[in-house]
Design a binder for this molecule. Structure first.
Ligand code: MG
Length: 381
């Protein structure tokens, strides 16, 4: 576990928690990357003075100001961010937001690195491409998403033939229990108030629509090579059971613990070792767990994700890109909450499914889906 750590998306929620865990474990933070040259990244650069820095974007003026603030060399451009994933012998924590994370995931695996994957879009948009990179290299893929970390841990001791199905848990988000009609009026501020997890804006809105759970179903399909009719979702508002595996003899294995992302992050860094947790102690006494069916009518994104997953090829990439565009439009109040599934469904219908042969293919599909979704958003208002 003494591999150097490369953190992509360092200023995001996963990135910051990764840095806390890495510092507590005494791991070397070899590189930090972020999308923008912001003061938050300059602070992290000061905290990890040995880390190589790369930043994808920023204007000329922003870049000059940032270089003065950090007082050391900065590598500029998204290619430089991706290149950090090739650092030999590293654990690459991919906490990039959105489809932009795919190239780094592929490069990390091709370099034979351990990829600690929090960027679920890598697998959703580019599943076949990521799996090919994993197969053809000596790389390792350890999921960081809490549900997939749970499943990865549960499946570790089980023969594949003994698995009946995977059950992903969903908190249900802030709008659990509301009808489709009630959801038409909700605001971005309400949607951003997630009951159990603190995350970035895109994932938080995607949790409110259940699109996030749909992305996770597709992610689980690729990670665990499981057909869609053997992956189910249950709503579990307490977020204490992180996922379950049903075995053929009727037994369930459940992964239970605090809703604290530092636990799956640490596991991805130290696997196969387990070390004492940085999280607060978790007490079982006095807790009750409930499970319920997701409301597929009020939250159509879940079934749209299953349909995209089953269609395969480029369809999950289209689903993801359209959701990113629709969520942004919702946050900017250019689209209502129920406009999100409408835009995603119409985008899926208008782009024919094709196979994906490499990162370039995925980038092209992603671009086309974004254009189409943006046009649909513009037409909707
Ligand atoms: Mg999750």
């Amino acid at each position: 576990m003494n591999r150097p750590v490369v953190v992509l998306g360092a200023t995001g929620s996963i990135g910051r928690q990764t840095l806390d865990v890495a510092a507590a474990l005494g791991l070397t933070v070899a590189a930090l990357a972020a999308r923008r040259p912001r003061p938050e990244l300059a602070e992290l650069a000061a905290r990890f003075p040995e880390a190589v820095l790369a930043v994808a974007g920023g204007s000329g003026e922003e870049r000059r100001r940032f270089e003065r603030a950090v007082g050391r060399e900065v590598r500029w451009g998204s290619d430089e961010v991706v290149a950090l994933a090739a650092l030999r012998g590293a654990t690459v924590v991919n906490g990039v937001v959105g489809a932009a994370g795919l190239a780094a995931s592929v490069v990390a695996l091709e370099a034979g690195n351990r990829l600690a994957l929090a960027n679920k879009e890598s697998l959703v948009a580019g599943g076949p491409v990521v799996l090919e990179a994993l197969r053809s290299s000596g790389g390792e893929l350890i999921p960081v998403d809490s549900e997939h970390s749970a499943l990865f841990q549960l499946l570790g001791g089980v023969e594949r033939a003994e698995v009946a199905r995977l059950v992903l848990t969903a908190s249900g988000g802030p709008f659990r229990g509301r009808t489709a009609a009630e959801l038409a009026e909700v605001t971005p501020a309400e949607a951003l108030a997630h009951p159990t997890w603190k995350m970035g804006e895109r994932i938080t809105i995607a949790s409110a629509t259940l699109a996030n759970k749909g992305l996770e179903v597709i992610e689980a399909h690729f990670l665990f090579d499981m057909p869609y009719d053997r992956i189910d979702v249950v709503v579990h508002p307490q977020s204490v059971v992180h996922s379950l595996v049903e075995l053929v003899d009727g037994a369930y294995l459940a992964h239970v613990g605090a809703a604290d992302m530092r636990i799956p992050i640490q596991y991805a860094l130290t696997y196969p070792q387990r070390l004492p947790t940085p999280a607060a102690p978790f007490d079982l006494v006095g807790r009750s767990f409930t499970f319920e069916e997701p409301d597929r009518e009020a939250f159509p994104m879940l079934d749209l994700a299953y349909a995209a997953g089953r269609a395969g090829g480029s369809a999950p990439a289209v689903f993801n890109a359209a959701d990113e565009v629709a969520v942004q439009a919702f946050l900017e109040r250019r689209l209502g909450f129920q406009g999100i599934p409408a835009v995603v469904e119409a985008t899926l219908e208008s782009i024919p499914v094709r196979s994906l042969d490499g990162v370039e293919d995925v980038v092209e599909v992603d671009r086309r889906a974004r254009e189409q979704a943006a046009a649909l958003v513009a037409g909707a208002c």
